[in-house]
Design a protein around this ligand. Sequence first.
Ligand code: AMP
Ligand code: GLY
Length: 423
Amino acid sequence: MRILVLGSGAREHAIILALRAEDAEHAIFAAPGNAGIAEDAHIVDLDPVDPVAVVEFAGRESIQLVVIGPEAPLVAGVADALRTRGIPVFGPGKAAAQLEGSKTFAKRVMDAAGVPTGRAVRAHNLAEVTAALAEFGAPHVVKADGLAAGKGVIVTDDRAAALAHAETFLAAAPVLVEEFLAGPEVSLFFLSDGDSVLPLSPAQDYKRLRDGDEGPNTGGMGAYSPLPWLSGRFGDEDAFVDAVTRDIALPVVRQLDAEGTPFIGLLYAGLILTDAGIKVIEFNARFGDPETQVVLPRLLDPLSELLLAAASGRLEERPRPVFAEVTAVTVVLASEGYPDAPVTGRPLEGLDAAAEVDGVHLAHAATARTDDGLIATGGRVLNVVALGTTFREARERAYDAIDRIRLEGGQHRTDIAARVVEH
Ligand code: AMP
Ligand code: GLY
């Protein structure tokens, strides 16, 4: 198949590696890509957020499937433009992508679909924020309404910090003050063709920068899959996945369809398992990063067939995807200063030695090749991904590999999947 993948992160590298593993004959194109993706796909000079350019390229190169990795091309209407031309695309149109882009939109859809989520108040000024903070009590949760690259949310016991956060974003738009939801977090992905959904295997993401869930929120510092502790709560993983499919994913997809904005692509449900049941914290309209890096290596079905079936309204015909009974752990290597002000341009060494560790591969995020070798070009630089028969093994492999990589000032968490080893 001739496939175009838009995006440049470790998520996109993971998607491309899964497509490659499934069939080495695929012709895979990527824009803009990175130094790691360049080893596994043809990099093309194409602006991923320019709908006209993407349609033109896809037509010229007889692309049979476009996979949109990040949210920016979705919001720019790239999927709409491709769909209008009859080119199969995995990724929702602009209207349905608001499920991620606008927290107000997401809350309204959940409300209409009867999907459980935290109570929230839309506040237009500091007086309304103050009143809502008092109503819900501590810990306080304040969210910017639009896309904020992981920086829009604060969860804090400090009322003054919550107010200051609200003030920063109020200048532009109303903010949401939300009830705090306590419990473990789960990321569960669904392939959607606009009407039917198929679940993937659950994963857990580590959003805070430092060990012990300290420090600022980030895009994600590591992840593991599957989640063995789900069995204790729900009987088994399938029972949990069935409940989320029935009570959350299907109602939302059906609601969007009924509103004339079908969701075709990846529905990412960010969930908190509270004592009062499973609740949605957020939806994303794309694969999660870094969760994708631990979910896709376990997938046994051919990814291209699943994505194409979703893009062409044929998911109903397919059985639920099957996952290998292996454990997967990924650890993110980030640049000094991430997430606030990452230092870029520094040499990156030791990758070959890292990839030699049994069961380990690398997914690149922000890397470029220069005459002098590889350099880091952004905040999250790369992921080591390790598979194992147990979490202890996968974790040891991941940390053995990351310790072989040299990046001045590089940061990574040392506790990814540590709790699950004890489980
Ligand atoms: P979001 O951008 O909405 O995913 O929020 C980022 C992170 O903030 C989530 O992954 C949670 O860890 C935390 N968070 C967001 N909303 C809540 C909430 N209502 N209660 C507790 N934690 C939350
Ligand atoms: N891992 C969080 C996200 O992709 O939004």
